[in-house]
Design a protein around this ligand. Sequence first.
Ligand code: ZN
Length: 490
Amino acid sequence: MSESPYEIVIGLEVHVQLATQTKLFCRCSTQYGAPPNTQTCPVCLAMPGSLPVMNRTAFQLGMKTACALNLQIPNFTKWDRKNYYYPDLPKGYQISQYDLPMSQDGFLLITDPKQQFEPRKVRIIRAHLEEDAGKSMHDEAAGKADSRIDLNRTGTPLLEIVSEPDMRSPLEAKAYLTELKLILEYLGVSDCNMQEGSLRVDANVNLHLQTPEGKVATPIVEIKNMNSFRAVERAIAYEAQRQYEIWLETKQKIGDVPKQTRGWDDQAQITRGQRHKEESSDYRYFPEPDLAPVTTTDEEIAAVKAQLGELPRQIRDRLEEQYKIPAYDADVIVNQGQTTVNYYETLAKLSGDGKLASNWVQQEVLRVLKERSLEIDAFPISTERLAELVKAVAGKEIDGTRAKDVFAEMLDSGKSASEVMKEMGIEKVDDSELENLCRELLEANPKVLADLKEGTHKAVGALIGQAKKKNPNIDPGTFRQMCIDMSAKM
Ligand SMILES: [Zn+2]
């Protein structure tokens, strides 16, 4: 355990916008970025007499996510009205799910390939469907201090995923969110675009402290409005320290004060107090009378499970096993998404060297993608062509440094590895040629030879430069080993 005088206890609530074409209870488009109030209809504007109809696709995306998160899906679920007043909520209530959510009691396993924390099973209390509210835009820039409402977002389907307070550090919270986002992306249930609000995070944070009187918990604070995982990590770390200082001062325990809601100010890097959080009794939940409950059969649930496909954790395990790569490599590749996994697997198969293929994807391919702001499907070098180069490296036809030059030329010219290698005069040096060069240089450098005989292997470094001048095609690794072996017999 760390030296910290407290343990941080974290539970996360994640709102995910489901990737449907239309809203949850009407047929308005969910497309992001349209002019304000152009994607509305009587249902999402709450005109009297308009009636909601459930979007089946949204429900199915919810089921898919629930299965991937090991949640139980009951055969019966209903809709409830959550009543509160807010300018961007024209109905005066939000259609959500209260006591009978569409799924509950699941878990998500988080691990860290860098082993900064122990593997942890984060329990998930529930995942339920609800509609989004609109957006209030407070424009004070022009000195007019007016507020405008955009209702394009009202009725957009959200899945709210609520975890138990099972995380113990900002790092674990980030790992949970990263894995969750990855699963949602692999399933294709959400684009998870945080800038556009497709994935929003609230964190419940408090501290456990050991005191002479026993273990004490501080009051829980909910941090809202975090639009990046970095913000989540920082907000939790900030909040933990703030709560500790308040505890030292006031000795306030959980229950002494009402639950507080705070917002993360990314500019100032601090959390700030907001309005008091309503208790669920304040929402006066009651069953939504305009929507029929939803029933699902065991066969339907089994069918969704059967179509899930491989999830990130399973792919990591398989890549490690199938291509003999370390957990860290598998993690990096899988975290890039399905298309990168496909690219890697093809490269590994074609080149016949899983580890080398993994190095090339991680070091070169990902670097170029980042520099050029490209997605992997737009990467200019095909797997067939890169495999040719990787094979040449694996077969010691070319050393790593020169291979990177070939790679750069392939990238710019669009030529194949063999074409570039031919142009650059790169060819495999045969063993007898290498042996001759080695003997020649050892004889010309008696001091190096003496050092090598004494076991000072780093002395050979001086010869590699000379050898490369005589023949740029030599593989330094092979040459080095050959000199060491040969010196022993001289
Ligand atoms: Zn509508």
